[in-house]
Design a binder for this molecule. Structure first.
Ligand SMILES: Cc1ncc(C[n+]2csc(CCOP(=O)(O)OP(=O)(O)O)c2C)c(N)n1
Length: 795
């Protein structure tokens, strides 16, 4: 096992500076957890100086401070551009302490200066009502990573490193965090970094041995097994263990020096055209006690180096005088009088290894990606339009059409290198193949002659881990670039929780004036519920939309384009947008082209509107019924139902409304896209039945419209968890969203219609029966269904 070589350039004087800096950061961290007054211990500590609620995590913090101190030195020594991703982000005090020490904090928050009053505020605001969260959060300068939900540090770090050839992202991975699924799979991420054109990630496994209440798996592995595991992941681990003294400054400095040299060597070779497939990347394993430098024992129980150090080691400081004295001793053990002047400012000497300006970890522009963000160069999406001579006269595969647009987005931004597409092995399955005409799929490992479209600098990133795809893209966006994640609709649920965290990040960031807007997270959901015929029930789930709708309206957009041209228009809009999560649900199977490009643009701009060409109720006549639809398959069924109604019930006035932007259904008070009641009532006249065919679970439409005057008349059909491997039409029949059922719904809901449309109703029921028998006998849909097209004008 490789121990760090101690041949570092670190002089004793340098080691002292680093140690003083570390002590200062530790002091500031403890101060944040406990103190709301008396920050410099100018007076004897009293209980009124202590916060009433002690909330924070000490255990991981001193290790993070140690790493930060050493990264500072390495940045200077190697003239390196670095950023830091803190996996154990519950160690918020560390990030805040360091960014305050280095001056980054006061530049962003001028009210918290590097003086005694600033220190008091830094302490008081931490985990305090009206203050800042206890975790690394959007409020924390220098971070792109909210460490609350563990597991995403390495994928975020790699996303940040992509297309940033000069950047080294130091990524602290908690040994507990390393037990999560997302983190475990993301060890492979370096296999997708091109050493010639991307930056590097330096993982630092923070092996402090414990989680909240348990040992960590990695810390208890025999050393050789841990080493073999990490080597198997493609790393060359170097261990910093403190075997040469109580505080391993020499080892850490030497190890960092060696790691940076190794990274530069790998990159140098690749840039010189000598790629080294299979070459290991460096990583560091820092074995240190949890709660390092904190109380060894509390109330007779061991704390330092155990799980008891995880949160607040001394829990009763306000009420227990012994705890109060112990806290004071603990704080004084850092000898604050040697570290801070009487005015509270840090002694300039201990800042000797802090880099300057934007090289400071708390000030790197990469962690405020909007500062670096450049607009994408976008082609005119209208140039990719399918020709529509009449609604429904032709069909196309919407995502295939989109692929051509994305190919050219790729081409036009090739120089800028700021656009990538991510997906779990589905870019081709999702029919976005055209992008592969312009770029390959990223692949750094060995290739075989049979492989296709793989390239070390490819810009389509595929790994069969939705977590890693999402994490890479988030890291890429938060460092100022653009991208798209395409995924099977059912499996996007795998990243429900990651989406949550990103949406929360955006929600908070939008209200921080110093954080500049970043490109939106664009999620294209295809291979959707209605057309997963060959995969079946496991692949049928439209519930991600419901999940997304729980998040703040200001950051959420959901689009259901009904055809190819509307998908182009929506995609163009999403690629230009900032600070949102855009969810686009669109099919890949042949689908009627309803709208020519001009109509598609108009319709997308409206977000929801009457399709007058399909309606039989013109202006001046109130409709007897509204047939509404959202989603490509529901639109098809609604139009087929409308066709039947128009043919069979001539005097019935039908209005067809299509909803592309789901948010339009909400009241304007709830969402920026929401419609006023007047506008809503003009589409859906109160008192008239609305038969609504919706792509997903019906309850969502009720949730969005429950405040509207006409809500009692909304009857929604959608997916009701009936699915299997069957024909496309059988899927809609199983869920009662088929055209025949929609017609019976109309007959049942329009007052008086049942009396005169009894025969038609019966015919509809019979056709469903016939459909069932036919599919079971022939294995395909009734010809009258699969061959149906919207009636074309007679020429
Ligand atoms: C996904 C997830 N599950 C559970 C938690 C609750 N939690 C917070 S900290 C922690 C232990 C983390 O251990 P480790 O990553 O080793 O960090 P450290 O020991 O350095 O604090 C747990 C389980 C969480 N934050 N995220």
């Amino acid at each position: 096992m490789k121990q760090a070589t101690v041949a570092s350039s670190l002089t004793d004087a340098d080691a002292t500076i680093l140690d003083r800096y570390w002590r200062a950061a530790n002091y500031l961290s403890v101060g944040q957890i406990y103190l709301m007054a008396n920050p410099l211990l100018a007076e004897t500590l009293r209980s009124e100086h202590i916060k009433p609620r002690l909330l924070g995590h000490w255990g991981t913090t001193p290790g993070l401070n140690f790493i930060w101190a050493h990264l500072n030195r390495a940045i200077q020594a190697h003239d390196a551009e670095m950023m830091m991703v803190v996996g154990p982000g519950h160690g918020g005090p560390a990030a805040l302490a360091n960014s305050w020490l280095e001056g980054s904090y006061s530049e962003v928050y001028p009210s918290v200066q590097r003086d005694a009053d600033g220190m008091r505020q830094l302490f008081r605001q931490f985990s305090f009502p009206g203050g800042v969260p206890s975790h690394v959060s959007p409020e924390t300068p220098g971070s792109i990573h909210e460490g609350g939900e563990l597991g995403y540090s390495l994928s975020h770090a790699h996303g940040a490193a992509l297309d940033n050839p000069n950047l080294i992202v130091a990524c602290v991975v908690g040994d507990g965090e390393a037990e999560t699924g997302p983190l475990a799979t993301s060890w492979h991420s370096h296999r997708f970094l091109d050493p010639a054109s991307d930056g590097a990630v330096l993982p630092i496994l923070h092996l402090n041995g414990w989680k909240i209440a348990n040992p960590t798996v990695l810390a208890r592995l025999p050393e050789g097994e841990l080493d073999a595991l990490l080597r198997g992941y493609g790393y060359e681990p170097a261990y910093v263990t403190g075997t040469n003294g109580p505080v391993p400054h020499q080892e850490m400095a030497a190890t960092l020096d060696a790691a940076i040299a190794q990274i530069r060597s790998i990159q140098g070779h690749a840039k010189a055209g000598q790629r080294q497939p299979g070459r290991s990347w460096p990583m560091i394993v820092l074995r240190s006690p949890k709660g390092w430098t904190g109380p060894a024992e509390v109330d007779g129980l061991p704390v330092e180096g155990t799980w008891r150090a995880h949160q607040v080691p001394l829990g009763e400081v306000r009420t227990n005088p012994a705890h109060l004295r112990q806290l004071e001793d603990w704080l004084l053990s850092y000898r604050p009088a040697e570290l801070f002047g009487p005015d509270g400012s840090p002694d300039p000497d201990l800042l000797g290894h802090v880099p300057s300006g934007t090289r400071r970890l708390g000030s790197t522009p990469h962690a405020n990606g909007g500062v670096l963000l450049r607009d994408l160069t976008l082609p005119d999406f209208r140039d990719y339009a399918v020709t529509v001579k009449a609604p429904g006269a032709t069909t196309s595969e919407p995502t295939r059409v989109l692929g051509a647009l994305l190919r050219d987005v790729m081409r036009l931004n090739m120089q800028e290198r700021n656009f990538r597409i991510f997906g779990p092995d589905e870019t081709e399955s999702n029919r976005l193949n055209a992008v592969l005409e312009e770029t390959g799929k990223t692949w750094e490992e060995a290739t075989l002659p049979v492989d296709m479209n793989l390239a070390p600098d490819g810009r389509v990133m595929e790994i069969l881990s939705e977590h890693t795809c999402q994490g890479w893209l988030e890291g890429y966006l938060l460092t100022g670039r653009h991208g798209l994640f395409s995924c099977y609709e059912a499996f996007i649920h795998i990243v429900d929780s990651m989406f949550n965290q990103h949406a929360k990040w955006l929600k908070v960031s939008r209200h921080l004036s110093w954080r500049r807007p970043v490109a939106s997270l664009n999620i294209l959901l295809t291979s959707h519920v209605w057309r997963q015929d060959h995969n079946g029930f496991s692949h049928q789930d439209p519930g991600f939309i419901d999940h997304v709708m729980n998040k703040k309206a200001e950051v959420i957009r959901v689009y259901l384009p009904p055809d190819a041209n509307s998908l182009l228009s929506v995609a163009d809009h999403c690629l230009r947008s900032r600070d949102y999560v855009n969810v686009i649900v669109a099919g890949k199977q042949p689908n009627p082209d309803w709208l020519d490009m001009d109509s598609a643009v108009l319709h997308c701009t409206r977000g929801a509107g009457i399709w007058e060409w399909a309606s039989s109720a013109g202006d001046g006549t109130e409709p007897d019924v509204v047939l509404a639809c959202a989603g490509d398959v529901p639109t098809l069924e609604v139009l087929a139902a409308t066709d039947i109604l128009r043919r069979e019930l001539h005097d019935l006035r039908v209005r067809v409304v299509n909803v592309i932007d789901l948010m339009r259904l909400q009241p304007e008070t709830e969402h920026p896209h929401g419609m006023s009641d007047a506008e809503f009532d003009s589409l859906f006249p109160p008192g008239r039945p609305v038969i609504f065919a919706y792509h997903g679970y019906p309850s969502l439409i009720h949730r969005l419209t429950y405040r509207r005057a006409g809500h009692d008349n909304f009857h929604v059909r959608g997916y009701k968890e009936e699915g299997t491997t069957t024909t496309p039409f059988d899927m809609v029949v199983m869920n009662d969203m088929d055209r025949f059922h929609l017609v019976t719904d109309v007959i049942d809901r329009v007052p008086g219609l049942a009396n005169r449309a009894g025969q038609l109703r019966q015919q509809m029921v019979d056709t469903r029966t016939r459909h069932r028998a036919w599919t079971r006998e022939h294995g395909e849909d009734l010809p009258e269904v699969s061959n149906w097209t919207w009636p074309q004008p007679v020429r």
